[in-house]
Design a protein. Structure first.
Length: 111
């Protein structure tokens, strides 16, 4: 008489081990490097920050020009301020992108 429970138990054990391993990977995924997709997202974020700063500056400046009757003065001023704010946000995003890379290489803790 052949004992079928021994082979069935080993199959169940392997199946259970695979399921446990898959669940552990879902809970604690292995650390990955910076993916190209997230870098592209950061690049688009920089572009949107710059365009939003200039656009918001234009709208505020144009509105103030209509309100006070100083046609191009406030619009030019606020477009330049919006451009400066957009550049500032782009630089902050660039620092944010570089921060994990330097911490990983030097072994420092984040600030």
């Amino acid at each position: 008489m052949v004992d079928m429970t021994g082979t069935d138990d080993s199959k169940q054990k392997k199946n259970l081990q695979e399921r446990i391993k898959n669940l552990e990977e879902e809970i604690n995924p292995p650390e990955k490097g910076e993916s190209p997709i997230s870098q592209a997202n950061m690049g688009w974020r920089m572009v949107v920050d710059l365009v939003a700063g200039v656009g918001l500056g234009f709208v505020i400046g144009y509105g103030l020009d209509i309100l006070f009757g100083t046609k191009p003065l406030n619009m030019i001023l606020f477009v330049l301020l919006g451009f400066g704010a957009g550049i500032n946000l782009m630089l902050r995003t660039a620092k944010e992108m570089k921060k994990p890379e330097t911490n990983k290489n030097e072994g420092n803790t984040p600030d």
